[in-house]
Design a protein around this ligand. Structure first.
Ligand code: DGT
Ligand code: CA
Ligand code: CA
Ligand code: ZN
Length: 597
């Protein structure tokens, strides 16, 4: 086990001990031990080899031994026994927002509740609201938490599906007899969560493809094995379907199974208006059907295929119907077909357009890689600049920086830039907490020493919509704020965002020249793609920010760009597609109070 995994186990032990009602000192020992390990800058293996772990502040002798066991063997009998001694339902209950170990323990002790079903029943019978320390509001919150949890269990993060689908796709494309292969569905459309993965393959020999698919290592269970269609369950519960079609049907099948349903309905209507019926099988001329030409003939549509048999790809299908090509991310049945009639589909931003990123953490706060490691990784990616935005002091749970530690970091970054050790220019920033009343966590003089400021909410999530919106707008109006972090604080499939009015935030951002973040962390993808078209129309700029806590986190940029594309954003609307010189000019201008866009 590595350092981070061991720190997680220690944290969980703390929770389990608290759940059992053990001595608070013991609980705290595990919590602080976990943090100490997380923040250990040295290599754990080396510290262990030199028998220095118990000298690390926050880690005593007993804890050091347990850490060593986990490091060597990946297991810890004490931890296993502890887990086994607690009903699994209690551990599951901890996933419900607002239910910490103390409350779960009270529910168990006072009402004998051991499962989520029992908890639901107790809520419905108003037993929870009557309990000391709970009340009607918290009963309501528990019930909605249980409902959300059921909905979350049916879906998966886009990123999780993307990673595994890309690797399966690569294998599929390498199989003999496979002419074309793509994934379709919500994954291809770039939806923030997906229900399942849909593969479409063109081949005239489906049988060996079915055999490979159902037999691949990633498949933990085969739920259907047919001649041209099969389904498997992957690790983590994700389901994947595959359909094999003859090559001439491929564009139609790919388009159909990419969806969305609403988009398909509109496409079929358009086909019918020209006398054709469109389905996953193809495009068929209706007997005695109406006109042959598609109104209004799509100005500038590239040479449309003469007949449906000439359609080789999706672009051919769209142009046959008098439409410009519609990228999958836009196929949500909103107004993409109207736009495609009129040459109104913009050239969307691409991952390769990104030239640097702004919201990144280092070991100075809760990141896992040092400043230099992050800069080197940014350089390896070919980026021109990197913004460092560690947490501010109020985020103590994330080891937020005090004024003094921030000052040190600013000096280090200045030295690093002067040394020219890297080709990447480093911008000094901070992810500054927005306090409950909308003030910022640092004074103006401190913020003035930085190149830029990302302002984010990390506390008092339960404020009402009005209060939270006012809080965010106050931060947006602060002259030092460059961009707003993760608008709603949602954690996809784990926690709903706090209440906030996006339309008002967009207006305030436009009025004050504040950039809004697309937090590209796969669990956030916040601000949501549904708001971006409107925001961009008002002149708001987006910054695709990976919120990287280690060098691997930079990869999330790809997820953020997908959100930007789903929000119809072009390169011009994405701040971090700009060159170093342009970014420098923008940030310097902002500091002089010039509102440029
Ligand atoms: P998901 O899997 O819930 O995240 O969402 P999708 O969009 O991937 O839906 P899925 O997997 O049920 O089906 C893939 C696509 O196939 C869907 O986007 C559109 C098409 N499709 C499936 N069922 C129907 C249907 O009943 N009517 C129409 N028009 N299209 C359908
Ligand atoms: Ca799907
Ligand atoms: Ca499906
Ligand atoms: Zn944050």
């Amino acid at each position: 086990m590595n350092k981070t995994e061991i720190a997680e186990v220690l944290k969980e032990i703390g929770v389990l001990l608290e759940l059992k009602g053990q001595n608070p000192f013991k609980v705290r020992a595990y919590q602080s031990g976990s943090r100490a390990l997380e923040n250990l800058e040295e290599d754990l293996g080396q510290v262990l080899a030199e028998e220095r772990l118990d000298k690390v502040s926050g880690i005593g002798k007993a804890l050091a031994e347990k850490i060593e066991t986990l490091y060597q063997t990946g297991e810890l009998p004490f931890y296993q026994e502890l887990k086994d001694s607690i009903p699994p339902g209690l551990i599951e209950m901890l996933e419900i927002p607002g239910l910490g170990p103390k409350k779960v323990k009270a529910l168990h002790g006072k009402l004998g509740i051991e499962t989520i079903d029992e908890l639901t029943e107790a809520c419905q019978n108003n037993q929870i609201s009557a309990l000391e320390g709970f009340g009607a509001k918290s009963q309501e919150k528990i019930l909605s938490g249980i409902k959300n949890r059921e909905a979350y269990a049916k879906r998966h993060l886009w990123w999780e599906a993307f990673i595994i689908a890309e690797s399966i796709l690569e294998h599929l494309r390498g199989l003999s007899g496979v002419e074309r292969a793509e994934y379709a569905g919500s994954l291809r459309r770039g939806l923030e969560t997906v229900g399942d993965i849909d593969f479409i393959v063109a081949s005239s020999t489906p049988s060996p493809i079915m055999d490979w698919f159902t037999g691949m290592d990633e498949a933990v269970e085969v739920t259907a094995h047919g001649e041209t269609k099969s389904s498997v369950r992957l690790a983590g519960g994700l389901q994947a379907d595959i359909r094999v079609v003859p090559v001439d049907r491929f564009p139609f099948a790919l388009h159909h199974f990419t969806g969305s349903k609403d988009h398909n309905v509109r496409m079929r209507q358009r086909a019918i208006s020209g006398g054709y019926s469109l389905s996953e099988w193809g495009l068929v001329r209706e007997e005695g059907g109406g006109r042959k030409r598609f109104p209004p003939g799509g100005h500038g549509v590239k040479a449309a295929p003469g007949s449906p048999e000439d359609i080789r790809d999706e672009a051919g299908l769209f142009s046959f119907l008098g439409l410009h090509y519609i990228p999958p991310e836009l196929r949500e049945g909103l107004d993409e077909i109207e736009a495609a009639e009129k040459d109104g589909i913009p050239r969307l931003v691409e991952a390769g357009d990104i030239r640097g990123v702004f919201h990144n953490h280092t070991t100075a706060s809760d990141g896992r890689h040092t400043l230099e490691e992050m800069v080197r990784a940014a350089q390896d990616r070919g980026w021109e600049y990197l913004g460092i935005a560690d947490h501010s002091k109020s985020s103590f749970q994330a080891n937020g920086l005090t004024e003094a530690r921030l000052e040190k970091q600013v000096a280090r970054i200045r030295e690093l830039n002067l040394s020219e050790a890297f080709s990447v220019h480093v911008f000094s920033g901070v992810e500054c907490d927005i306090l409950p009343d909308g003030r910022l966590d640092f004074d103006d003089e401190v913020l003035a020493t930085l190149d830029y400021v990302v302002a984010s909410v990390h506390s008092s999530f339960t404020q009402g919509e009005k209060e939270m919106t006012r809080r965010l707008i106050r931060a947006i109006e602060h002259p030092s704020v460059t961009m707003l972090g993760h608008l709603t604080g949602r954690l996809l499939l784990a926690r709903e965002g706090y209440a906030v009015n996006p339309a008002k935030i967009i207006d305030a951002a436009a009025a004050n020249g504040v950039i809004l973040e697309i937090n590209a962390h796969p669990r956030r993808l916040d601000m949501d793609w549904r708001h971006w078209k409107r925001a961009a129309a008002k002149g708001v700029l987006a910054s695709v920010n990976p919120d990287a806590h280690d060098v691997k986190g930079f990869e999330y940029v790809r997820a953020g760009v997908t959100v930007a594309r789903k929000g119809w954003l072009t390169r011009a609307s994405v701040f971090n597609t700009r060159s170093l010189e342009q970014v420098r000019e923008y940030l310097e201008g902002r500091k002089r109070g010039i509102r440029i866009v």
